[in-house]
Design a protein around this ligand. Structure first.
Ligand code: ATP
Ligand code: MG
Length: 563
């Protein structure tokens, strides 16, 4: 391809709204353009990267025996109503009406659609197992579309769905996908980690996320260098037994005056005790309307995902100041004694002695509180967010914490969709049973951004070879010099004949401008033809920085190696 006729509009500066490196660089290097919030156009370079990612995914999905289909983006509301997700999905679902006023949604995911296909066409154990996948545009009206391709409202996903006749077979399908994902993400040239993920209502060990490690990523994970355990901070079990304070004799309960001190740090300072001895009382409103009080030790953070799973609700939030007032609760001094709410406690509060709580009275706290003497929670539950240095739940070594981008998610669904939609099969014993399902997603367009987040420098992108839009770039530094131009054209032609994906910068612009663009675009290898050509020398450069002068007689060897 020739830069003189290509379309890779580079920019000196990224728009101010681009905050993260991948967003800035993909815009500046001419890979993508924004049409509207969370909606992007893929320019020729961007599309090439996307296709490379898709092809690697396709190769391993096909190898694993999954069958590629392409389902409609426009999906009728009836399907979503069958599973209840027409309501559950809320505002994230893009809804529209046809000319006859019938409701439709733009598919954010395709469990309903694929289950409909299967229930209509697969009826016997003889037709199972099956795994269908597609690579397709998805639509989600995200509350906060941001970071360019990382969180879009229109994005490309690979989604796959497995259908099995038994739990055991479904687990097998799940394990095959897990292995396949490892192959895919290693082949993409990414540094990633597989973590145990939140399984929601299903339980068990069958949800994993694949996270590309990047600084400041949205996913927070903890992992153990010693035994290899890795999990989402929302999922990681908190080993409180190893983080407990030593036992103490119970002291008498006392109410103390604590004027204007309500934050954990302030109370700890005022009373001169460790934050571990302050117990926070949080009032939560669950999405089903229930109100609960949750206690947690002052040094720990409550994890709302754990809370949502425990109470089996869709969402939860802290009560507002107004709501606390309506409940006659004194904000800043909430405590479990005398509180008219169901009280639950994080396990960090278990076996804690002589601790401090709010007294439900302005400017007062109780000290020397003890369970069960002074109050008793309904249950101790693991609500804690895991963090660096917590003991590993498997081998007890201190955990490490890192952030990343979730690029893949696999999930054993069980019979949630097949039962709701009556996708049954007739088993060997002649009985009708619901099909056991799994679902497996990969954020294809997010991967493009994740690769950049992992590999760039101050001058631009440094693509992993596996997904670079081109492998080689040829830079004739001065096109007006016939010798340079002709040599460049000769090498370009040879590279094309060898099947190398090559881009030649045949534009009549300065050498400096060519280098700038080449750095920005980030093609892995470069052949630079400049003044030294008269001495029979050209330069071979890698985008990672290494440079080497080579004789023009060695060009054939070099190209052969790049093939
Ligand atoms: P997230 O927690 O990031 O919102 P999710 O749990 O909603 O992700 P899934 O429904 O499992 O995501 O979708 C499968 C994959 O699609 C994700 O692992 C992610 O890589 C990608 N993905 C999800 N939402 C978006 C989005 N808004 N923009 C780009 N990619 C996305
Ligand atoms: Mg989401």
């Amino acid at each position: 391809m020739r830069m003189s006729v290509y379309f890779a509009p580079t920019m000196k500066e990224a728009p101010a709204e681009a905050e993260v490196p991948s967003h800035k660089l993909l815009l500046r290097a001419g890979y993508i353009r924004k049409l509207a919030s969370g909606i992007y156009e893929y320019l020729p370079l961007g599309l090439r990267v996307l296709r490379k990612i898709e092809n690697i995914i396709r190769k391993y999905m096909d190898e694993a025996g999954a069958l590629e289909v392409l389902l409609p983006i426009l999906t009728p509301a009836e399907l979503w109503q069958e599973t209840g997700r027409w309501d559950v999905y809320g505002k994230e679902l893009f809804r529209l009406k046809d000319r006859k006023n019938r409701d439709f949604a733009l598919g954010p995911t395709h469990e309903e659609t694929i289950t409909d296909l299967v229930r209509k066409n697969i009826h016997s154990y003889k037709d199972l197992p099956k795994n269908f996948y597609q690579i397709q545009t998805k639509f989600r009206d995200e509350a906060r579309p941001r970071y360019g391709l990382i969180r879009g409202r229109e994005f490309i996903m690979k989604d796959a769905y497995s259908f099995d006749i038994s739990e055991e077979m479904a687990v097998k399908s799940y394990e095959i996908m897990k292995e396949t994902y490892h192959k895919i993400f290693s082949s993409l040239g990414l540094d990633y980690i597989m973590v145990e993920a939140d399984v929601g209502a299903i339980g068990g060990k069958y949800s994993h996320e694949f996270v590309v490690k990047v600084p400041n990523g949205e996913a927070h994970i903890v992992y153990c260098e010693k035994c290899g355990y890795a999990a989402n901070v929302e999922t990681a079990k908190y080993e409180f037994e190893l983080d407990k304070l030593p036992p103490e004799d119970e002291k008498p309960l006392e109410k103390v005056y604590t004027p204007n001190v309500s934050s954990v740090e302030d109370v700890a300072k005022f009373l001169n005790v460790d934050t571990k001895k302050i117990v926070k009382t949080l009032v939560y409103i669950l999405s089903d309307g229930r109100k609960v009080a949750v206690l947690i030790r002052g040094d720990r953070e409550l994890n709302e995902t754990k809370l949502i799973n425990y109470f089996k609700v869709l969402d939860c939030r802290l009560a507002t100041s107004e709501e606390l007032k309506e409940m006659n609760i004194v904000e800043g001094f909430v405590g479990p004694i005398g509180l008219n709410l169901p009280i639950y406690a994080d396990i960090s509060v278990k076996d804690l002695h002589n601790f401090v709580i709010g007294a439900n009275e302005k400017d007062y706290h109780f000290i020397n509180v003890n369970i069960p003497r002074d109050f008793e929670p309904i249950e101790f539950v693991d609500f804690s967010t895991a963090r660096e240095n917590d003991p590993c739940p498997v081998c007890k070594a201190p955990l490490k914490e890192t952030t990343g981008l979730e690029v893949g998610h696999i999930f054993l669904l069980g019979t949630k969709y097949s039962e709701a939609m009556k996708a049954y099969f007739v088993d060997k014993d002649g009985k009708e049973k619901p099909i056991i399902m799994g679902c497996y997603g990969i954020g294809v367009s997010r991967l493009m951004a994740a690769a950049v987040e992992q590999s760039y420098d101050e001058n631009g992108i440094i693509w992993p070879e596996e997904i670079a839009p081109f492998k080689l770039m040829i830079l004739p530094l001065n096109i007006k010099d016939e010798k340079i131009k002709n040599k460049a054209e000769e090498i370009y032609k040879k590279a094309l004949d060898l099947g190398i994906e090559v881009l030649i910068d045949d534009r009549n612009i300065s050498a400096g401008a060519k280098f700038k663009d080449a750095d920005l675009i980030g093609i892995p290898y470069r052949i630079v033809i400049g003044r030294k050509l008269k001495d029979g020398i050209i330069e071979f450069q890698k985008r990672t920085g290494e440079k080497e002068e080579i004789s023009i007689n060695d060009i054939d060897n070099l190209l052969e190696k790049l093939k």
